[in-house]
Design a protein around this ligand. Structure first.
Ligand SMILES: [Zn+2]
Ligand SMILES: [Zn+2]
Length: 155
């Protein structure tokens, strides 16, 4: 949970960065893996693999595409990052995989913002609608137009 809902102004609480979680876990942090983890650390991070590569190369020019892609695959398998597909564009990587947050997506520019809609989305589905499934998680995507796109002339 990234936002303290008990206050009217949104205050980030207990943001545990991916890089810190990996360090705690004893994951072997080579300089290349560290750069990938750093690029993915923080709230509201939803990068495509190419964006991760681009940003990683700014910090470590010799890092290869294969290393970045392999590291992403490994982090997904470890459950430390989640793959998010909010539209037909490229898959994005979210370093906050516990799904206590949902996504707000701009239909024009594709920008993604983390939101916490409140009551547990899994609990919100009535028993009669579960068709005997044991529920694991829920993914809710809210769509609309972001303020920047709404404000753009002719948009
Ligand atoms: Zn937008
Ligand atoms: Zn997210």
């Amino acid at each position: 949970m990234f936002w303290n809902k008990s206050t009217t102004t949104l205050v980030p609480v207990s943001v545990e960065l991916l890089i810190d979680r990996l360090r705690d876990r004893g994951w072997r942090l080579t300089s290349q893996r560290r750069v990938v983890a750093e690029v993915l650390s923080g709230p509201n991070v939803h990068l495509t693999a190419d964006e991760v590569l681009e940003r990683a190369q700014v910090r470590l020019p010799e890092i290869s595409r294969a290393t970045v892609y392999n590291t992403l695959t490994e982090l997904v398998a470890m459950g430390e990052i989640a793959e998010v597909s909010t539209d037909e564009r490229a898959k994005r990587y979210d370093p906050n995989p516990d799904r206590t947050h949902q996504h707000l997506v701009c239909d024009r520019c594709g920008r993604i913002v983390d939101v916490n809609p409140g009551p547990d989305a899994v609990a919100a589905l009535p028993a009669v609608e579960r068709h005997g499934f044991v529920l694991r998680q829920a993914e809710v995507t809210y769509r609309g137009i972001c303020p920047e796109c709404a404000g753009r002339a002719g948009a």
